[in-house]
Ligand binder design. Structure first.
Ligand code: AMP
Ligand code: FE
Ligand code: FE
Ligand code: ZN
Length: 278
């Protein structure tokens, strides 16, 4: 059986490994197909593609991807794009606007945290991110390095997570716009981790249904280490609303051993796998 991982992050966004190191790990873990889906950037994919042209002969098939932050009825929703053209000018300028919004939010986060007695963090976070679009995980890492929080999880819990001071809204584009930008770049639009937005089944169902109505192609039926029940519910939804199914680890760091590259459970049978839509 082929091992596919269609959702993972490098240090081109909030992942810890460089694209080249992640690629090595994918080879070691005998992954057949891997999509790099960094938050609001394709820089990691592009750097690997340039390298692949030079010296990567064997190894996994690289799927150019992205994970776009969008909004739907006031909720932040992530849309993964797969098999898109990472050199598309239209996509690049759209992602450029996402990155500027992230930078503005980072300034606001730093100011908000300062108002709560923390030191100025924007300058150091920018340095830490080294040109990558700024995300809350960069703040979490920095606060941990400063010893203000014991770890990244605690930083989210106290300062950056939902409803905490550093949880500052961005006017992300609509779900429809995210789908359109992915498809205009030749990609397939996949609703990321649908179980993570709401606690109940029916709201999740409605979101997936809306995603389908807006022209979305697929939904992640498997994302990282999730329970068998969640997989079963999502499979049911995919079948009912008529979305193809995708699978990915949502890998960010080797320290998160529960969602290592390609370690997620398999896709239930009877669903249309997203790669059949290519
Ligand atoms: P952002 O897109 O910058 O708002 O950050 C969202 C990202 O933060 C997600 O994609 C996760 O990678 C990460 N994240 C969110 N919540 C947590 C948490 N509780 N612990 C660790 N990482 C988290
Ligand atoms: Fe992330
Ligand atoms: Fe996500
Ligand atoms: Zn992700």
């Amino acid at each position: 059986m082929k091992i596919l991982d269609l959702h993972c992050h490098t240090d081109a966004s909030d992942g810890e490994l460089s694209p080249a190191t992640l690629w090595q790990r994918a080879i070691e873990r005998q992954i057949d197909v891997i999509a790099i889906t960094d938050h609001d950037t394709t820089a990691g994919v592009r750097s690997l593609m340039a390298r692949a042209a030079e010296d990567v002969v064997s190894g996994p098939e690289l799927v150019p991807g992205v994970e776009i932050s969008a909004t739907d009825s006031g909720h932040v929703v992530h849309v993964v794009g797969l098999w898109l053209d990472p050199h598309s000018d239209a996509l690049e300028s759209f992602l450029g606007r996402q990155q500027s919004a992230r930078d503005e939010r980072a300034i606001a986060i730093s100011k908000k945290l300062e108002s709560k007695g923390l030191p100025e963090t924007y300058t150091a976070v920018r340095e830490l991110a080294a040109g990558s679009p700024l995300g809350r995980p960069h703040f979490a890492r920095h606060l941990t390095e400063l010893g203000i929080t014991p770890n990244v999880g605690a930083a989210f819990k106290r300062w950056l997570g939902k409803g905490k001071p550093g949880d500052i809204d961005i006017a992300w584009p609509s779900l429809a716009a995210a789908i359109q930008h992915i498809q205009a770049a030749g990609g397939l639009a996949v609703l990321a981790h649908p179980s993570k937005y709401f606690s109940g089944f029916s709201k999740c169902y409605e979101l997936c249904q809306r995603f389908k109505e807006l022209g979305g192609d697929a939904m992640e039926v498997v994302n990282g280490a999730q329970t068998v029940k969640v997989t079963r519910d999502l499979a049911k939804i995919a079948e009912r609303v008529g979305l193809a199914a995708s699978t990915g680890s949502d890998f960010h760091s080797p320290a998160q051993t529960w969602c290592d590259l390609g370690s997620q459970p398999g896709l239930p049978e009877a669903l249309t796998p997203v790669w059949q839509l290519r």
